[in-house]
Structures are given as C-alpha cells and as structure tokens.
Design a protein around this ligand. Sequence first.
Ligand code: KIV
Ligand code: ZN
Length: 391
Amino acid sequence: MDDGVSTIKIFDTTLRDGEQTPGVCLEAGEKLEIAQALAKLKVDVIEAGFPVASSGDFEAVSLVAAQVKGPVIAGLARANQKDIDMAGQALAKAERPRIHTFIATSDIHLEYKLKMSREQVLAQAAEAVRHARKLVPDVEFSAEDASRSDWDFLCQVFTAAIDAGASVINIPDTVGYTTPGEFGTLIQYIRTHVPNIDQAAISVHCHDDLGMAVANSLAAVLNGATQVECTINGLGERAGNAAMEELVMALTTRREYFKAVTGIDTRQIYRTSRLVSTLTGVVVAPTKSIVGDNAFAHESGIHQHGVLNNSLTYEIMRPEAIGISRNAIVLGKHSGRHAFEERLREMGYELEAEAINNLFVEFKALADRKKMVFDRDIEALLSEKSAVKPE
Ligand code: KIV
Ligand code: ZN
C-alpha cells in the first residue's frame, strides 16, 4: 500500500503446527473442511501439513492442494531431499504451491539435535532451497530456533537461502523465549545485515510459552515483517502459536497505530474458531480474547448500562465484526420453530426445511440444558453440521 500502510500476509498453520497440539489428530476430510473455512476467511497461505510425516498427512496435503483454491498452499519439509520431494509431490495439484523448508540455526540445536557444524548447516540450508526451487517457484526458508541463534550466523544463513532462491525467510521463536523489544530489534538487525533482504518477504512464527506470541509478532510487524504465521484459537505445540484472531483483530482495531492491514474477512473469524474447536476437540476458554464466550459479555450493571447507551463505552470491537450478531431476543426452550428459523435467516443461513427441522430438534435439546441459547450456540450446532453460509 502506498499511504504508508503495509499489507500483512496471514500464513495459517492450524493444519500443521496446530495439529501438533497434544491430543489433536485430524483426518484428511476434516483438514479439507478447515482449509475451506480458511479460504473463506481469506488467509493468504494455508500450511496444510508435513507430507513426509505420515501417509495420512501426505493424503491431507494432496487433498487440500487439489481442492482449495485461492490461498497459497504450503507443505513443510526438513532441509533434505526426501522431505522436499514428498512435499513437492503432495503439492503437485496446487494452484499456488509453496515448499516450506527448515533447519535449526541455534548452537544448542546444532550440538544436541543435528550434530552439525555451522558450516554444514549453512551449506544444507542453501542446498535445500535450491532443490525445492527446482520443484516449485515459491520457497519459504525457516531458521528453526532463530531467536536463540547467533544473530550474525542467522544473517549468513538467510543471505545464503535468499541467494539460493527463497522468496520468504521466516524467523521462528520456536520455544517462545523472546520478548517484544528484543524480537523487534532482531527483525531490524536482519533487515540491515542481510544484503539481499529486498528479494524476500520477512515472516515471523512465534510460540506462546511465555504468553507473548501475539505481542512478539506485532513487534515484528512494527519493525518490518510482512508475513505473520499463526493458528486459529492459538493451537500448536506446547503453549501453542500466535492466535490468528488476536493478531488480526489487534491489527484491525489499532490500524492507525500499526499502520498495517490484512486481507482477512473478519466476519468469518467466529465460525472458523468454532469449527476448529469442534473438529479438534480443543475447547476455547471462556476468557479467551476475541472468540471466548465472555469476550463480549458484560456482567456488571455499570458496564451493561454503558453498553446499552453506546456499546463503545466498554467494547473496543463490535461482535458483528467477527461474525457474532447481537440480538435483543434471546432464544430459549419456549421459542418456536418460526423464531428459530427467523434467527437462522438473520444470521445469514439459508437451509432446506429438513435441515432446519433436524437442527430445531438439537436446538430444543440444547435449550433444555441451557437457559438461554445465543447465536454462538447456534453457530456451534451449525458448524457440527458444516452448514454453508451464503456469500
Ligand atoms: O516453531 C518452529 O520453529 C516451526 C518451524 C518448522 C517453522 O514450527
Ligand atoms: Zn512452530
């Protein structure tokens, strides 16, 4: 953008790093369903999986690559020929394929995991990118554990990766160790010490071990990163990854401060969050920012009074912005089919009579357990059924 506002690309890794959440395992069909929701949300990149990891993951990446159009579809590969070839095969049918290859650069990973010297890592990183470029035109290179790596060595590796043809260099805070000030300075350092940096986009990938993944990613944006990697509901290894809904709504709500926008259709955020929660079985905490049950609930009388007069007194975002409609009429066990059908229509759903009948039975069962049924509960019933909302 030329008015000083930059466009930040959203790289969603719910289907890869998000699936590394302990206890989560998605089948290919479920991954496809989530990928289709991500495409509707208008993410720029979907990392569909790690094809060499299992035949199931290979199948899932192939399915997403063949059927999901719009976003770039990425497959992860370690920096070796076999992984990269498998990723290339799985992405064969993608409209816009990207191979995402990585190798660790921190001394602790080199000594205890890779058992390689810095010279060997440098050579292998460049060789991996060169090989991937023979298969696809778009290659992302990640320096695993970048935030604990020697900064000058990191810059050498990125320079070699870009020379070998990487279009994106990614700076992961793999163990969620960095802080916003430090990470912002690292991004600046890379921008000024990687001589060919103008030939690649700068991406960041932050984990949440100290609860700073979103803050660290935003610090990177303030310092020139143009791609942010994240997951729906902040799923991911250990404490998870930067949460997509938090990043996007921070950039949207504080647009003047960050001078950045994303291409995300924020009205799809809530239902995508519910779909991912339903399919992964990972419950969203009520106090979770943006998508938690309490995110727009007002308990105290003073707050309720303020919100009724003007919602901006206690709300910095409108629930409608993330796809939750605010309704004066609360549905409950005494509500009839007509009111239920009307509410579905107001929420933008056009369903066949039979689908409404089936859903109404489930609604009644829910209303028996729950005093009030909100739109978000109806969204949850619908996402279990994967009802399609018209454009
Ligand atoms: O956390 C990490 O370093 C990763 C890389 C593979 C990008 O997930
Ligand atoms: Zn990660």
